[in-house]
Design a protein. Structure first.
Lengths: 437, 317
């Protein structure tokens, strides 16, 4: 019984696999992974030789907006967007309404995710009650309810003391503290990266060091406490330097970068000159030197994961003036094509390193299950077509929101199908063609 | 240089939309319009039957009156809406305001708004011509055009002039439009202000930057002083009015470093004793009131040329 993927190109960096294997799954489990398995009654699936099979992709930074902002996204639409983007698991940030600062909210999210039955959802709890930066949440309780990490994302952890206590307390549960690093006083009312583009367009700037100052502080505190610190959506070259130094000293620091920060720089704002708010995000698109630094960090291993910071917003909200529109773009359904096109096909990294950044890397950063395929483990896998031509069409997104700067882009590399717990939860007929699963 | 006979763009959102021959056309047209103000009956029928809406989301006296006067002298039907605060504060979004106005089919909308890029947003929705009368910290193109017109009147040329612009460079839309226009016309522009009010990356506009007013005005043909907002004096930008005036205020003594035939400009409203000494503001160098007079003529020229652009609507923009 079961389903036998025969002679597939399996790329599973954590397991050291990058070659042709037979993969037998049965029910929600992986049964065997080795060459030349007998079919023995299993349904045989053959894939085009250009396709690859990987452990299910994991995005450790998304905003699912439920509870409270269901006009932007729900857990059902957000996880539909995730599986359409090849992600079998996502970790969702706590800045919902109410904020996920209490086990009851966590339980609600877990239940909604189970009802949706698409991607696995790992909630991230708030560091402080109401994310107000005052009192610690009941982190142990959040952990028991299903939270995998804590963060006040959207807001930085403003005081060094709160960050210190959060690191200390969370270390009892070996949970990482994820910080949206941005010095509030340096950020001010900035809406774009402080540089030539902001100067030209008359936009208030946020310097890169607003981020790195807090990254440096948090690394020092992680060193002091022995706690685990994860840098959310790193964007500034100065932050990367701090992370490299911290890692070299043995500090428990990990980091992620978004596709938009390694694909776009603030030059695009001046080139377009139209104040399109789909280019407004926080952290802002930085200057070219920062973009190149992020690519170098991806290449040299300093960056642990690629995460989308999927931030859905309603069109009415994004239609406001650049100063007033909310920060953020959706990212789940554009990440894979952008990564293949701009990292692998551009010759920055090989296939195996990319898959590591989307599977084992994020799994390790937040100590999540998955990120690799092993016999007896759950059958979460993604089938990718690295050479497939893809045109981004925001109007066809599974996400409830359409706020992307990449609409109309033609890229190379796409998602063919997504399998969660042995169930095919997404197929892309444009890429799969006549292949059936 | 071949002279343009019309503007390619349907809107005037920023200086980038004007090529040198179009700038020349605006200048020539403004000269003709200026003559209208000398007549006993200061009115021409050019825009008769056209509707112009003046939409001011920020308080403004001189710019709004200058536009209104320009519109009336061109015989346009004008109506105005002045409201303080952003559209967000008001409860209606700018996009909805634009759609509402669009339903009334105005030929032109002149808008001032506190957010950079607001005029661009309006232009995406409205079919009529949009004239940017100041958007946030971004641009104020008609101010730069009237400044250039005034310089041309006094100096006979722009190319080769050295223009010092002094003050709150960071927050000034007048500075941005002037820097873009004057460098495009061949002037050398020196931007001068306190280090706290010069944002990084500004040199990419093709201007030289300095924090020394003496260096900025040394040999300058034109010195343009910018208004310093009162609130800057009590933030972290500047310690005091007193220190600002001592470091950056334009005094007769300082002006001695400039070219002998220097002219002094100010977009108004002036803070006497803050950025400019009264003796300078009222002295022989000052062309500040010429700027005001020329503002009407230049705005007449812009409105006239944009209206003329409607004939091949759809091809342009």
């Amino acid at each position: 019984m079961g389903r036998l993927f025969r002679n597939v190109h399996l790329v599973d960096p954590a397991a050291g696999r990058n070659g042709t294997f037979d993969l037998l799954i049965d029910g929600d489990r992986v049964v065997r992974i080795e060459p030349n398995l007998p079919a023995e009654g299993a349904e045989v699936v053959e894939l085009p030789s250009s396709f690859i099979v990987t452990p299910g992709l994991i995005d450790i930074h998304v905003h699912l907006r439920e509870p409270g902002q269901e006009h932007k996204e729900t857990i059902a639409t957000g996880t539909a967007s995730a599986v359409a983007g090849g992600f079998t698991a996502v970790a969702c940030m706590p800045n919902t309404s109410p904020i996920n600062d209490h086990a009851s909210v966590t339980e609600f999210i877990v239940k909604r995710a189970k009802d949706a039955g698409l991607a696995r959802v790992y909630p991230i709890g708030a560091v402080s009650v109401g994310s107000k930066g005052q009192a610690l949440t009941e982190i142990g309780d959040l952990r028991s309810a299903g939270c995998v990490a804590i963060s006040d994302d959207g807001r930085p952890i403003e005081t060094a003391l709160l960050m210190r206590r959060a690191l200390e307390y969370a270390s009892m549960f070996d949970m990482p503290v994820i910080d949206h690093c941005e010095d509030p006083s340096l950020r001010g009312d900035g809406v774009a990266h402080e540089g030539a583009a902001a100067a030209r367009l008359g936009l208030r700037g946020i310097p890169g060091v607003a981020e790195s100052i807090m990254v440096e502080r948090d690394i020092s505190l992680a060193e002091l406490t022995g706690g685990r610190f994860h840098v959310a959506h790193m964007s500034a070259r100065q932050s990367l330097r701090a992370v490299r130094d911290g890692k070299a000293r043995g500090v428990r620091v990990t980091t992620e970068v978004t596709p938009h920060h390694f694909v776009l720089s603030d030059d695009v704002l001046t080139e377009r000159g139209d104040y399109d708010t789909n280019f407004k995000m926080n952290p802002p698109l930085r200057e070219e030197a920062d973009r190149l630094a992020m690519i170098e960090g991806i290449r040299d291993g300093s960056i642990d994961a690629i995460a989308t910071d999927h931030a859905p917003h309603h069109p009415d909200e994004k239609a406001l003036e650049f100063d007033h529109a909310p920060f953020g773009i959706v990212g789940l359904e554009t990440a894979v094509p952008l990564c293949f096109d701009r990292l692998v096909h551009a010759g920055v990294i090989g296939l195996s390193r990319l898959i590591e950044l989307l599977t084992a890397g994020p799994a390790r950063a937040l100590s999540l299950p998955g990120g690799t395929l092993r016999e007896g483990g759950v059958a979460d896998l993604t089938i990718l077509a690295p050479d497939a031509p893809v045109t981004v069409r925001a109007s066809t997104f599974r996400s409830k929101s359409r706020n992307t700067p990449f609409d109309g882009w033609t890229l190379k590399g796409g998602v063919a199908a997504t399998v969660v717990g042995g169930r095919v939860v997404y197929v892309n007929p444009d890429v799969l063609g006549r292949t059936t699963l | 240089m071949t002279t343009a006979t019309a503007l390619r763009s349907r809107h005037l959102l920023g200086i980038d939309q004007l090529d040198p021959s179009e700038i020349d056309l605006v200048m020539q047209t403004a000269s003709a319009m200026k003559e209208v103000a000398l007549r006993p009956i200061k009115k021409v029928p050019t825009l008769r039957g056209r509707t112009v809406i003046n939409l001011f989301f920020e308080p403004s006296t001189r710019t709004r009156m200058s536009f209104e006067l320009a519109e009336k002298r061109l015989s346009a039907d004008t109506l105005g809406m002045t409201t303080s605060g952003s559209s967000v504060v008001k409860g209606e979004t700018l996009a909805d305001t634009a759609r509402t106005l669009e339903a009334m089919s105005p030929d032109m909308i002149v808008m001032r708004h506190g957010a950079s890029g607001a005029a661009h947003q309006l232009a995406k929705i409205c079919r009529g011509s949009i004239v940017n009368a100041g958007d946030g910290m971004h641009e104020h193109p008609t101010q730069a055009l009237l400044d250039a017109f005034t310089m041309l009147e006094r100096k006979g040329r722009i190319a080769g002039l050295t223009v010092a612009i002094v003050g709150d460079i960071a927050h000034s839309r007048v500075f941005r439009s002037n820097a873009l226009l004057l460098t495009r016309m061949g002037a050398t522009v020196r931007a001068c202000g306190p280090a706290t009010l010069i944002p990084p990356g500004l040199d990419r506009l093709g201007v030289t930057l300095t924090t020394s007013i003496d260096e900025a005005i040394d040999g300058a043909d034109v010195v343009m002083m910018l208004r310093v907002q009162y609130e800057r004096m009590h933030g972290l930008f500047l310690p005091s009015v007193r220190e600002y005036f001592s470091l950056f205020g334009l005094t007769p003594a300082r002006l001695e470093r400039a070219a002998t035939d220097v002219i002094v400009m100010h977009p108004g409203p002036m803070n006497r004793g803050v950025e400019i000494d009264s003796e300078v503001a009222d002295g022989p160098w000052s062309v500040i009131l010429d700027q005001v007079a020329n503002g009407v003529a230049v705005r007449m020229a812009v409105l006239y040329l944009l209206a003329g652009g409607e004939t091949d609507d759809g091809v342009r923009s």
